[in-house]
Design a protein around this ligand. Sequence first.
Ligand code: GAR
Length: 208
Amino acid sequence: MAIKIAILASGRGSNFLAILNEINAGRCNAEIKVLITNNPEAPAIEIAKKNSIPVEFIDRTKFKKREEMDDYIKLLLDKYKTELVVLAGYMLILKGKSLLEAYRNRIINIHPALLPAFKGEDAQKQAFDAGVKISGVTIHFVDETLDGGPIIYQEAVDISDCNSAEETAAKILKVEHKAYAKVVDSFSKGAYVLKGRRTQFINFPIKK
Ligand code: GAR
């Protein structure tokens, strides 16, 4: 059965599009139920519209506290019967307790560096400026901490030949696009069991 996912994105949406393309190519067993965005100008909205995916816009200014905004996101996720929440360039930290608790280990994020190195914004520039030769991609569960939830998947990217932060970001992004769809697909085939901070993938039993 395809896993029902919600995408949260604030911008360009290239990871959203990559997942969509992999779904359409039959390589990612997921169904995108909704795009939720906090940015009315996000190019991701066009991608959703072109592909008849419902868009829900959340207006930050309408909520007194971020917790309240996240409570509303939880209502939306429930409404679309979301099984997995996929953050794809969602540039706000999820702070709502009820959201994080209700969707514990069902919210994933992609980060353009090998965590725990280079947390937060502009991770590719942080890595380039630090002069590291190897950076990469991390996909992790989202919890109350900034880029600190249990790690699901990592892939190293050699950035030693990159001449700018932009080149670094572009090289890492290519890897993000393949990796994210692969990880989303894995949720339809099994579950990640947590042993402390370590995740271990267990395949679902094959039904005969
Ligand atoms: C991606 O590089 C993603 O890893 C990064 O934002 C970009 C979004 O691009 N996310 C973070 O930095 C989260 N801390 P996209 O909108 O084209 O998918």
